[in-house]
Design a protein around this ligand. Structure first.
Ligand code: HEC
Length: 182
């Protein structure tokens, strides 16, 4: 091996060593990049409610408790009593008509799982101020919408145990693409 080859090899090895040392530094955290996320941080974002009800929070609600909340926070867009306004009707007995995106899908004629209602309302409504409702308020609104649609009894209490047991009218008409992921 010529002198210059030896020199080049030694330089390459030294550089490799430097890269390895730097990688070790960042992995070891000694350069201070990245902070492990805390359980509390995770909890604030971990709001997914699974179809079977996993992750539903504590609390409960009945339709009667939802009447006033709905009137104050939802009716402006969804109409009085949820019958529809500038935004979709939430309480209606319209049958499913049309195909695909054009179909008039509603909670009653289309939604497969009652638990989605909880997830959706807590995550996205009221439209101008999402994530401002308490867990109790969401349970009350879910009960109000389900009872209004005749899916549960008027005085049924909705909580983490009872809500997943509600059978939606369109349940069973869906084909799961990846059943193992649910
Ligand atoms: C400022 C208007 C506005 C207010 C207030 C509002 N919503 Fe909505 N809501 C919308 C819009 C717009 C959509 C449709 C969103 C979309 O399709 O992406 C929607 C969709 C929904 C849906 C899904 C309906 C469906 O069939 O797909 C539900 C359930 C719902 N809202 C519940 C509520 C509840 C409960 C409240 C009160 C806490 C509320 N919304 C307040 C505008 C509003």
């Amino acid at each position: 091996m010529s002198i210059s080859r030896v020199f080049a090899t030694a330089t390459a090895l030294a550089l490799l060593g430097l890269v390895a040392a730097q990688a070790q530094n960042s992995l070891g955290g000694s350069v201070g990049l990245g902070t492990p996320i805390t359980e509390a941080d995770v909890l604030a974002w971990n709001i997914t409610i699974f179809p079977d009800g996993r992750n539903l929070p504590p609390g409960s609600g009945v339709a009667a408790a939802g009447v006033q909340i709905f009137a104050e926070k939802c009716a402006a867009c969804h109409g009085e009593g949820g019958k529809g306004g500038s935004n979709p009707a939430l309480i209606t007995d319209q049958p499913l008509k049309g195909n695909g995106i054009e179909a008039n899908k509603t909670v009653r004629n289309f939604w497969e799982n009652p638990t989605t209602l909880y997830d959706y309302i807590r995550r996205a409504m009221p439209w101008p101020a999402p994530r401002t409702l308490s867990n109790e308020e969401v349970y009350a609104l879910v009960a109000y919408i389900l009872a209004g649609n005749g899916i549960i009894e008027k005085n049924a209490v909705m909580d983490a145990t009872s809500l997943p047991k509600v059978i939606m009218p369109n349940h069973g008409n869906f084909i799961l693409r990846y059943p193992d992921l649910i």
